[in-house]
Design a protein around this ligand. Structure first.
Ligand SMILES: NC(=O)c1ccc[n+]([C@@H]2O[C@H](COP(=O)([O-])OP(=O)(O)OC[C@H]3O[C@@H](n4cnc5c(N)ncnc54)[C@H](OP(=O)(O)O)[C@@H]3O)[C@@H](O)[C@H]2O)c1
Length: 210
């Protein structure tokens, strides 16, 4: 898979490093192309780096790993996105009041409206980057809830999840991002508001088939 990482912070660097490590062709895109190149050189394994425009053109799958306040401008720079799988992992929230969107829309649906033709999948938003890097919780893999309207795009995201040891859980169509974004905030508030810390992750339990 050709994967373009958009943003070189915690999430972009962690996921890009892991995907490069399991054989994906990764391009790190940054506002500062030198930062993208430096990260690619550090990661190795054939990873490349440069600008956001270059990463967007490179990837069949694009992972949008920027803050919510930068999302619209970043997507504008990434266009055109026709046919591309666009992974939105963004959480738009205030720590003292919760999600900024919900009930009638979501960050994922807003992003889809800015990226005509893109196959948007909400994913990786309800898990901390350190748990993505180390998803094994005593023999149980952390859950990676995702949703989207394109089945093929979701299958690619599920594979990108299992490849790095996460347990993908298909939560349905893209409008279910209205539920996955607050779900992330439950975890975020438990980690910081309730001081459970980042060595915690959400898990969907399945009863073993007898
Ligand atoms: N941290 C987590 O564990 C976690 C978990 C789930 C979801 N998320 C979501 O994933 C997204 C990225 O989180 P993160 O922890 O990776 O954030 P981060 O470490 O702050 O990195 C965000 C990156 O976005 C890029 N960027 C583009 N425009 C920007 C702007 N105007 N201001 C700041 N950065 C800008 C920067 O990369 P360049 O400098 O290379 O352009 C920056 O390094 C966020 O929307 C967050 O809600 C985070």
């Amino acid at each position: 898979m050709k994967v373009g990482m958009i943003g070189t912070g915690n999430m972009g660097s962690t996921l890009g490093r892991l995907w490069a490590g399991c054989g994906q062709d990764v391009f790190f895109g940054s506002r500062d192309p030198q930062r993208g190149k430096a990260l690619a050189a550090e990661v190795g394994r054939g990873a490349q780096g440069g600008s956001i425009e270059q990463a967007s053109a490179f990837g069949d799958v694009l992972a949008l790993a920027v803050p919510w306040h930068a999302a619209q401008e970043t997507v504008r720079i990434m266009l055109p996105l026709d046919g591309k799988v666009l992974i939105d992992m963004i959480n738009a929230f205030e720590m003292d009041s919760g999600p900024l969107l919900g009930f009638t829309t979501s960050a994922a649906e807003q992003i889809a409206s800015w990226a005509p033709g893109a196959r948007v999948v909400k994913a990786f938003n309800s898990i901390h980057f350190a748990s993505i890097a180390n998803p094994d919780f005593g023999g149980q893999a952390a859950s990676q809830f995702y949703c989207g309207d394109d089945l093929n795009a979701k299958a690619q995201v599920a594979r990108l999840s299992t490849d790095i040891g996460l347990d993908p859980v298909d939560a349905g169509p893209l409008w279910m991002a209205r539920q996955l974004e607050p779900l992330a905030f439950i975890w975020i508030y438990l980690a910081w508001g309730q001081n459970l810390g980042t060595d915690t992750a959400l898990k969907l339990l399945r009863r073993p088939v007898s």
